[in-house]
Design a protein around this ligand. Structure first.
Ligand code: GTR
Length: 353
């Protein structure tokens, strides 16, 4: 079946319904996603303050690794959280990736740090639970009580917006560091943190590239016709990830005035990379891929290359790095692997204008 036929079967709402200029439509789409699914990311503080807690030469002297505490004023007092920054030694400013991470450690199963810096990238990573717990605790941890007042209102942010907010603050700080190339800071995450990376990168155009790995339902994957996880399941199991309004679409995906290709389209014309895993049927590779194809309409409108791919659903080891939307599918299960990082970083290097 051709991709156009696959997409027609999904009955998606149109990203570009009429002649509305893209900047206006873009703002509308962001508002829709704020109102209906994630809640708006809180406003930026006036400034962030950084304290370098520890600094070491690392990885055979190829890089400098720092532990940094970042602080800013919230409406209810100061908030501080730690992150690490690993910068490869270089004469020139280096590109960087903000990694929203499942681990507080720079090196872990999903972050082979020496390999990442060998690609020439600095990595700034933070542990998402240092920002807000990943439990339905009534927004009593981390940033929760500082930005959300009980009872939550229909459009109040969920934890995806709070985690994304922290990524934006790391970005604020990286923009003060002379060893970092300020025009080349990307944001990346896996699974629920892939959803978070997409939302952070969609909302903040200072990120030049956005990477979602296996982000699935309410992330990259279009919801209409999706297999595996759906809105009913995700909004029941993880209501706190989203704004309360999202609950109304349980079992009513067809009533949503959006689908997830809207989220990907907000990244246009910047670099977007979506990765799937063959056995990750909960996330649904086909729905992640079709979303990337459909978001390409906006890339084409803006005069840049969308996803460049075969006219069929992907199978491993398909890898499509040529357009400004890149995609790969690998064998195996739900995981952020070395293979995934390597493909993503090589995609950025390939598009290094
Ligand atoms: C699952 C959830 C997915 C995905 C995953 C993860 O339980 O259903 O949406 O985000 O967690 O974050 O690993």
């Amino acid at each position: 079946m051709s991709l156009q036929t696959e997409l027609q079967l999904r009955h998606l709402p149109k990203i570009l319904p009429d002649d509305t200029p893209w900047p206006i439509r873009r703002a509308e789409i962001q508002k829709i996603l704020e109102r209906e699914i994630y809640g708006a990311i809180p406003p930026a503080p006036e400034c962030v303050h950084a304290q370098i807690l520890e600094e070491k030469a690392a990885y055979a002297g190829k890089a400098v690794r720092q532990q940094i505490a970042l602080t800013w004023d919230t409406p209810k007092g100061p908030f501080t959280f730690p992150f690490y920054l690993v910068v490869p030694k270089s004469e020139q400013p280096v590109p960087a990736v903000v990694h929203i991470s499942f681990s507080p450690l720079p090196d872990n199963d999903s972050s082979p740090m020496e390999e990442l810096i060998d690609h020439g990238f600095a990595i700034a990573g933070f542990f998402y639970r240092d920002v807000a717990n990943d439990t339905d605790d009534g927004f009593t941890s981390g940033l929760g009580p500082l930005y959300i007042t009980a009872p939550r209102q229909p459009e109040d942010p969920g934890t995806i917006s709070l985690w994304a907010f922290a990524a934006l603050r790391v970005l604020d700080y990286l923009l003060t560091r002379p060893e970092i190339c300020h025009e080349k800071i990307a944001v990346a995450g896996h699974s629920r943190l892939g959803k978070t990376a997409l939302w952070a990168g969609a909302c903040d155009t200072r990120f030049y590239a956005v990477y979602s790995n296996n982000s699935g339902c309410s992330g990259a994957a279009i919801t209409r016709g999706k297999v595996g996880e759906n809105v009913q399941v995700i909004s029941t199991n993880f209501p706190y990830w989203f704004c309360p309004n999202y609950q109304q679409y349980k079992g009513r995906e067809d009533a949503m005035p959006f689908d997830q290709h809207f989220l990907l389209a907000l990244v246009a014309p910047r670099l977007l990379y979506v990765a799937s895993a063959e056995e990750d049927t909960w996330a649904d590779p086909a729905s992640e891929f079709l979303s990337a194809v459909e978001a390409g309409r906006v890339y084409t409108l803006l005069g840049v290359q969308p996803l460049v791919c075969e006219d069929r659903l992907p199978v491993p080891p398909d890898s499509y790095p040529d357009g400004r939307i890149g995609y790969h599918i690998r064998r195996g299960t739900h995981f952020l692997s070395r293979y995934d990082w390597d493909h993503f970083l090589n995609f950025l290097i390939r598009h290094n204008q």
